[in-house]
Design a protein around this ligand. Sequence first.
Ligand SMILES: [Zn+2]
Length: 215
Amino acid sequence: MNKRTIIIVVAGVLASEVAWHFYKKYKNKIWQPANRTRAKVLFSSEESVLCKPHLKSRIPCERNHCPVRTLNELQRVMTSATQSLDVCVYFLTHPILIDAIVEVFNKNVPVRIITDGDMSDNSSSTGHILKLRRHGIKVRTKKFDYYMHHKFAVVDKRILITGSTNWTKNGFFGNYENIIISNQSDLSKAFSDEFERLWEIFDRPENDFPPKLEN
Ligand SMILES: [Zn+2]
């Protein structure tokens, strides 16, 4: 290897290190207040089921509606929380999203979850809700009368995640669905306000499904 080649290789390595440093530093800034209002729309479709095999690698494919890309984006936005994470979803069983919630909680960021009581009492969901409560995460549920059918989350009271998708494996890999991520302040404030309202009215022992842990 001649001197010129060595210089080119070293320069290439240094350039990629610098690029990686800036990517890590600024990867979440795109949603910061100083930036312009942004919204991103992500779909699941008839082609999304084909992506199941590469969920394990977490590397998205070239398909427009690759749900692995959607899950990575949701994880990235949720784990960017530094002030609060409020999650209000009908059905919560997707392990990547549950792990993202736990990761935020483990950074000592306040996390609150509202979910539907009937779904929390469902055999595929109960274990996940208990796991979250075991971590110490506050979960409130609503049983009877009406479904708690929302699917939204608010990060730091600034970034809204909403849409039709249930936070389950089928929600991402088996249906026609949509997710919108937006830092538009009037949207995030409206959803934050509604979260606060629901958080208060669901604070009833009779709503706790599955029952809270004794600790
Ligand atoms: Zn894919």
